[in-house]
Design a protein around this ligand. Structure first.
Ligand code: DGT
Ligand code: MG
Length: 527
C-alpha cells in the first residue's frame, strides 16, 4: 500500500516534536490476563479449561481465553454470549472484594521490584525500572519475549536505550514469573521508554506474553493504530472534536497545524495529543496514592427500628474495619451515610461525619489490629449519634441504606505508607531498625534518587516533601540537621543537593496536590 503524502507539515511537526523525545526511561506495563476470570479460576480450579464468563447484571464483563476462542467477547450481553457458546459457565462477579484483594497482592509484588509503581484500574500497573538498569551485571542484554518489528531490531539508538530496554524485558519476565509462582496469575507486559508506548505495545501479544518496543519502531507502532481514538486518553468527546477538524487518522493528527489544534482544543491539550500521536509521553509513573477514605455501604428493603440499625452497623463495621486493618493506617474520622425513604416513596441520601479517637491505650505507631470491645462500642455509639442527627427518631422513619466510612488517616511517618516512596526514608517504629526489612529482591537502594532523570527526581522529591508530616513522633538525631520524618542515617547518605532539597522542603511545604490535574492524561491516574 502506498503511503499518503502528508506534505511539509508532517515533516516539520515530526522533526520539531520528535526532538523533544526522550528515551531515558524504561517503563513496564503489566496487564493481567482476563483478570476477574483468572481470580475465579484460581479460587475454583474446577473451572479451569472450561469456557468461563464473569457476569455483572446481564453483561459478561470478561471471559477466559477458552470462551474467547468460542466467540464470547468482553462486555457481551449474557444472552448473546450463551448463543455463541452454549457451554459457557457463568460466575457472578458483582462482589469486587476478591478482585481488589488480588489487585493489592499484585501491587505488592511489583513494588518489591521498584517503588515506582502506578496502578491503572484493578489489573494494570506501570512500573518505572529505570534506576535498576545497568545494575545487574549478570543480566545479558538479550530480549526476553517478542520484539515489535523484529526485522528492524538491529537498529540501535545512539542514546543506549536499546540495551536498556533489553534489560527491562528481562526484569519484566522476572516480574511475570513471580506473579505466576506466588499468585498463580498470568499477565502480559509491554516494555518501552514511556507509559503510552509500554501500554500499547503490551497489548500486541496476548495472553501470557510480553513485547518490547525499541525506540526506532515507535512511530510505526503509532501508525499501526490507524485511528486517533485508539490512543489511550483520546475518548469519544475528543475524537468528535478531531473529526470536526477533519482528523480521522493518526497521520493526520501528526501533520495537523498546531495553531488550528490549539484554537480548537486549547494549548495544553493540543500539544499533548499531537505529542501522543508521535508516541511521545513524558508523564512519569506516579506512585499510587493510598485511599483518602475506606468504607462500605449496604442497601436493603427497609429498616424501621434503632435496634435493627445498630445490628446492621455492627455487621458493616466488621467488614469495613477488616479493610482498614489491611490498609494499616489508623483513622481519626468516621462518616455515616443513610438513605431515608420518604412517605412519597422518594429516597434521599445524607451523610454526617465526626472525629473519633481510636488511639486510647495504643501508641500511635502501634500496628493496627482488630477493634477491641471498647473501641467497637465507641464507634457504634458515635455512629448512632450521627444517625440521630440524620433521622428524627421521635417520628416514624424508614431507611434503605447504611454506609460507614473511615478517613482522616495520618500521613508520612505516622503512617508508613505501603505504597509510598516515603517509606524508604522514614524511621521505623522499631528501635534498632531504620529501614524496612529486605524484600526478596534485596533492600531498596537509596541511591535510586540520584539515578533518576533530573525532571523525574525533582517531581519525586516534591512528592516526598508533600508527604512529610508537619509534626512527627519519630526520634530525631540530636546532632544532625535532618528533616522531620526522615531517617537520619538514610538522610546522611543522600547527595548534598538532595539533602538541601529535603531541608528546603521542610521550610517551604508546597503540596504537589495543588497542581492542576492533567485531564488528558487522566487515563494514567484511574485508581
Ligand atoms: P485481558 O486484559 O484482555 O486479558 O482481559 P481482562 O478481563 O483483564 O480485561 P481488562 O484488563 O480490560 O479489565 C480488567 C477487569 O476489569 C476485567 O477482568 C473485568 C473488569 N472490566 C473491564 N472492563 C469493564 C467494564 O466495562 N465494566 C465492568 N463492570 N468491568 C470491566
Ligand atoms: Mg487485563
Amino acid at each position: 500500500m502506498e503511503e499518503e503524502d502528508l506534505g511539509d507539515d508532517f515533516s516539520y511537526n515530526s522533526v520539531a516534536i520528535q526532538s523533544s523525545e526522550k528515551h531515558e526511561r524504561v517503563i513496564i506495563h503489566i496487564d493481567i490476563d482476563c483478570f476477574y476470570a483468572q481470580v475465579e479460576m484460581i479460587q475454583n480450579p474446577s473451572l479451569c479449561g472450561k469456557p468461563l464468563g464473569i457476569k455483572q447484571k446481564n453483561i459478561v464483563v470478561t471471559c477466559n481465553y477458552e470462551a474467547r476462542a468460542l466467540g464470547v467477547e468482553k462486555l457481551m450481553s449474557i444472552k448473546t454470549a450463551l448463543e455463541k457458546c452454549p457451554s459457557l459457565v457463568l460466575a457472578n462477579g458483582e462482589d469486587l472484594k476478591k478482585y481488589r484483594d488480588m489487585s493489592e497482592k499484585i501491587y505488592q509484588i511489583l513494588q518489591s521490584f521498584s517503588p515506582f509503581v502506578e496502578k491503572l484500574g484493578l489489573d494494570e500497573n506501570f512500573i518505572d525500572i529505570s534506576h535498576k538498569i545497568n545494575k545487574s551485571p549478570e543480566i545479558k542484554p538479550e530480549v526476553s519475549g517478542h520484539i515489535f518489528e523484529e526485522k528492524n531490531s538491529g537498529e540501535t539508538c545512539a542514546c543506549g536505550c536499546t540495551d536498556r530496554l533489553k534489560e527491562g524485558s528481562i526484569i519484566a519476565q522476572e516480574m511475570r514469573n513471580q506473579l505466576k509462582s506466588e499468585l498463580g496469575i498470568t499477565s502480559c507486559a509491554g516494555i518501552a521508554c514511556n507509559k503510552l508506548l509500554a501500554k500499547l505495545i503490551g497489548a500486541t501479544h496476548k495472553p501470557n506474553q510480553q513485547t518490547t518496543l525499541f525506540s526506532a519502531s515507535s512511530l510505526n507502532l503509532m501508525k499501526s493504530l490507524k485511528h486517533p481514538r485508539n490512543i489511550p486518553g483520546i475518548g469519544s468527546a475528543m475524537n468528535r472534536k478531531l473529526e470536526v477538524l477533519g482528523i480521522d487518522t493518526i497521520e493526520k493528527l501528526q501533520a495537523a497545524d498546531l495553531f488550528k489544534l490549539v484554537e480548537a482544543l486549547g494549548a495544553k491539550t493540543a500539544n499533548q495529543i499531537q505529542q501522543l500521536s508521535f508516541g511521545i509521553d513524558n508523564s512519569r509513573v506516579k506512585i499510587t496514592d493510598r485511599p483518602k477514605s475506606i468504607g462500605a455501604e449496604d442497601g436493603f428493603p427497609t429498616i424501621k427500628s434503632e435496634t435493627e440499625v445498630r445490628k446492621k452497623l455492627k455487621c458493616l463495621l466488621d467488614r469495613v474495619w477488616e479493610l482498614v486493618e489491611k490498609d494499616g493506617r489508623r483513622p481519626s474520622q468516621v462518616k455515616l451515610t443513610v438513605r431515608k425513604l420518604h412517605a412519597t416513596n422518594h429516597s434521599v441520601r445524607e451523610a454526617r461525619q465526626t472525629a473519633i479517637d481510636l488511639t486510647t491505650g495504643f501508641p500511635s505507631n502501634a500496628p493496627l489490629g482488630p477493634l477491641s470491645e471498647n473501641q467497637e462500642k465507641k464507634v457504634i455509639t458515635t455512629l448512632m449519634n450521627l444517625f440521630e442527627k440524620v433521622v428524627n427518631c421521635d417520628e416514624s422513619w424508614q431507611v434503605t441504606l447504611l454506609g460507614i466510612s473511615f478517613s482522616g488517616f495520618p500521613s508520612g511517618i505516622e503512617s508508613p505508607a505501603k505504597n509510598s516512596i516515603n517509606k524508604y526514608f522514614t524511621c521505623s517504629s522499631r528501635p534498632n531498625e531504620t529501614l524496612p526489612p529486605p524484600t526478596k529482591r534485596g533492600r531498596f537502594d537509596e541511591s535510586v534518587l540520584q539515578e533518576l532523570p533530573d525532571d523525574i527526581r525533582q517531581e519525586v522529591l516534591e512528592d516526598m516533601k508533600c508527604q512529610m508530616p508537619s509534626s512527627s513522633t519519630s526520634q530525631q538525631s540530636a546532632d544532625f540537621d535532618c528533616p522531620k520524618g526522615v531517617d537520619p542515617q538514610v538522610f546522611r547518605e543522600l547527595p548534598v543537593e538532595i539533602q538541601k532539597e529535603l531541608l528546603a522542603g521542610e521550610k517551604n511545604k508546597k503540596p504537589i496536590a495543588t497542581k492542576k490535574p492533567n485531564n488528558l492524561l487522566q487515563y494514567f491516574r484511574k485508581v
